[in-house]
Design a protein around this ligand. Structure first.
Ligand code: FAD
Ligand code: NAD
Length: 395
């Protein structure tokens, strides 16, 4: 290659933005041309989205302009939507142009997994982007306004959350905090409001520490959440959800948090995928093309036991750091590093001032866990934007 190599990064979520920031910091002038492509001119902090979705925080607090995170003298930012990835030609087709690359980083995140359940795509809401959570927040308020016009329609005040994984549980905590405030604002009797969680597994947070699951479930029940465990949603309609036993829950709002899959563009590009997530080698490159790296929710990394690691921000950030290292190593012709995941634990919020978590060998719950969650959020803001971003957003 006589000219300087071109690196294109697709997606400015956790994986993409951290890769770009690392490259910007460690590449020397004229070592590579780096382009970052993202649908929006902002990065959204996905791990905050349950709050603006319920309306307990403003969407702006989960939004950071990309121009504040990268140095546009070092990284070209292209605001556009990726339409197709053509690894055979080393090209990416955007909605309005085409980019060529020597090395590609795909960090396009995931999409809601609906398992082919009829009606979910059409009628359920999902927590997946800033725009989707703005919609959920407005939709929830609108149900109260509609109820005031048609007081016989108690179903407007029923809120179903499908799935009690971490997203479902964190959203339930915020929703249970928000609805009493909406009752006061709209002069609605709180006894008329129902929050129902429907979970297919016998317990919430399947696979998580049982003592903490019990704590989380009891804390949410105390705030009014009704759990329907061992109960699968089999259909979603305009009127609500139909359960596996045929029962219907009429609801004005159905939020689906039943799981994620990889971005469909990866399957379309012909990469080997499992639930839309590309299988990568130890250096995070696709099996088919060693100049294509895939990281974050659209990649799959297996643990030593051969089980896929859950898609999290934590693993996305670590992958981004390894990916940036390997891109620089490739350009400098030095050895690549194998990716290895260090699990720093999991903390999930249960609404204001309450959370549960496992950090190392310690279990935490209550206010202490909520403070730990805040510390994790602040650490991330520091990684991407240093102290100025922490001061602007986190304190
Ligand atoms: P994303 O962060 O989703 O970023 C993908 C980017 O690609 C986005 O900017 C998107 O706009 C862009 N994009 C997508 N398609 C296109 C396209 N066609 N063209 C151009 N751009 C495109 N994980 C944790 O570790 N800890 C937590 O506490 C935690 N909390 C969470 C709370 C909630 C409510 C949710 C939903 C998830 C949470 N997660 C958490 C999971 C975590 O957010 C994801 O694993 C993480 O966001 C994945 O990062 P990513 O870079 O792969 O994708
Ligand atoms: P998930 O796959 O972890 O959970 C989905 C839940 O939906 C499961 O409990 C599943 O049994 C249930 N489900 C599936 N089909 C169903 C059906 N038909 N009816 C009823 N229930 C059904 O998905 P998620 O909660 O969106 O999490 C996605 C990823 O993001 C995970 O890796 C998670 O660890 C991560 N995350 C982490 C945090 C945190 O660390 N605080 C917060 C949110 C998400």
């Amino acid at each position: 290659m006589s000219r300087i190599p071109r690196i294109v990064i697709l997606g400015a979520g956790y994986g993409g933005v951290v890769t770009a920031i690392r490259l910007q910091k460690h590449l020397n002038y004229n070592e590579a041309d780096v382009t970052l492509v993202n649908k929006h001119e902002y990065h959204y902090i996905t791990t905050h989205l349950h709050m603006p979705a319920a309306g307990t925080d403003k969407p702006e607090n989960a939004r950071v302009d990309i121009s504040k995170l990268i140095d546009e003298f070092k990284i070209d930012f292209v605001k556009s939507t990726v339409a197709q990835i053509r690894p055979q030609d080393k090209k990416v087709i955007l909605e309005d142009s085409t980019l060529s690359y020597d090395y590609l980083v795909i960090a396009l995140g995931g999409e809601p997994e609906t398992f082919g359940i009829p009606g979910l795509r059409e009628h359920a809401l999902t927590i997946r982007s800033l725009n989707s959570v703005r919609y959920i927040r407005e939709h929830i308020e609108f149900q109260f306004a509609k109820f005031k016009q048609e007081p016989q329609r108690k179903d407007y005040l029923t809120f179903v959350v499908g799935g009690a994984g971490f997203t479902g549980i964190e959203f339930l905590g915020e929703l249970a905090d928000r609805l009493p405030k909406l009752c006061r604002e709209f002069d609605v009797d709180p006894a008329l409001v129902q929050i129902v969680n429907v979970e297919a597994a016998p317990s919430a947070l399947p696979g998580f520490d049982s003592e903490l699951v019990e704590y989380a479930t009891e804390a949410l029940k105390a705030k009014g959440v009704v759990f329907r465990l061992s109960t699968a949603i089999k259909e979603c309609t305009k009127e609500g959800v139909i359960l596996a036993n045929g029962e219907m829950i009429k609801a004005g709002t159905v939020v689906w948090t039943g799981g994620v899959r990889g971005n469909r563009l990866l399957e379309d590009a012909g990469f080997e995928t499992m639930r839309g997530r590309a299988v990568v080698d130890a250096e995070l490159r696709t099996k088919e093309h060693d100049h294509v790296y895939v990281i974050g929710d659209c990649s799959i990394v297996l643990s030593e036991q051969g089980k896929p690691y859950p898609p999290t921000a934590q693993i996305s950030i670590q992958q981004a750091e390894a990916c940036a290292h390997n891109l620089i190593a490739t350009i400098r012709n030095t050895p690549l590093k194998e990716f290895s995941f260090t699990n720093r634990g999991t903390v999930a919020s249960l609404g204001k001032g309450d959370a549960v978590g496992v950090v190392g060998k310690y279990k935490v719950k209550g206010y202490k866990a909520a403070m730990m969650k805040k510390a994790i959020d602040i650490r991330y803001l520091f990684i991407i934007g240093g102290l100025p971003l922490v001061v602007r957003k986190g304190l």
